[in-house]
Write a protein that binds this ligand. Sequence first.
Ligand code: PMP
Length: 410
Amino acid sequence: MLTQREGIAEIQAAAARVDRTLLMIPGPTAITAEVLAAGARPVLSHSDPRMRSFVAESLARLRTLFDAPSSQPIIAAGSGTLAMEIGLANLIEPGDRVLILETGVFGGRFRTISERNGAELRVVTSPLGESIDPDQARKAIEDFRPKVVTMTHVDTSSGVRVDVAALSRLARERDALVVVDAVCSIGGEEFHGDAWGVDVALTSSQKAIGAPPGLAIVTVGPRARAARDNRRSPFPGYFTDFKNWLPVMESYEGGAPGYFGTPAVTLLATLHTALEELAAEPMPARVARHACIAGAFKAGVAALGLENVADPDANANTLTVVRNPAGVGDELVDAVRAEGVTIARAIHPELRRASFRVGHMGICGPAEILTTLGALERALHRLGESVDFGVGLGAAQRVMSAKGRAEARP
Ligand code: PMP
């Protein structure tokens, strides 16, 4: 019989034998051996007392993570897109007005979900790399009087972060419901669901939370719940219906199991461990860590003469979207992989084959940042670009050391 420690060591050794490539895409992200080991257990019944406490504790931790004491979190098997559909569709009746604040391709998913639920739409799209202009948002809210305003906290196609607090305030001034896609932000960016007036926030397990992909997470605030309860028309969704999920989650939190669809018990065990690890790092420190490594990576690529797509005041902590050198396409991503680091291609239509994306969230730290910048320097060299080796690394080192010194001061 192996102890848990020995079991983890064995899993780490096995993982090392299989693949030493560093995963630096903006989700799914690398996970700790402890999270991996949490899934390497016998399947539990969804009403097993251990599973009951996993779910109940995870729900409580999610409420803290979203800083939304008034909301009820839902965890369902599925990806972030399912969380988007659950979170938004319940609020829309045919003819309702939905305003989409779009900072990249993921706003387009809210657009489609709204259209399919019969909404009348207005879209405010920011220029590539920029956040939403508050004046434009205010004007759209005044003119259009939407029932729901959606925004993407961090858009993974552009690397742009929006000011959720400011935009929610504008929506709330006109009584609109606020739906926030926090798929690429929660766990790495500051978030205060209740204080910021967010009615629905959603994410998935595989990014800054540090669990494997496969769980959709939605927090439902009281106004969102009332909007579902007071619908005039029947809600056409079934798996996506708040009313099927909220009682199950409340039941688990009350200490009794619930059932609507069989929970992904193995993934729930991994999420439980990931949230436990997350809770061990105070949120301000976690956000500061993300800000520090993001600053280091962004400084590193800039020192190599590459351009960050997102404006400095809108540049996310969780990922960086970088323009390739002129004339270099996706072979750069392949060359970085050949140097041992997996990064992602562009998905924004304006950036395809001219840019790459690096995720630095979850368990990512200085070692991963330096390894990635080192691989990038070698990859650029391999492709014939002139690279002064160490320039990107040096810039990152300076940011991380300056940050360390600042924090060490009394
Ligand atoms: N929103 C954002 C901001 C995302 O980054 C993603 C995934 N990259 C999604 C939604 C969709 O999530 P999923 O791929 O898990 O369905």
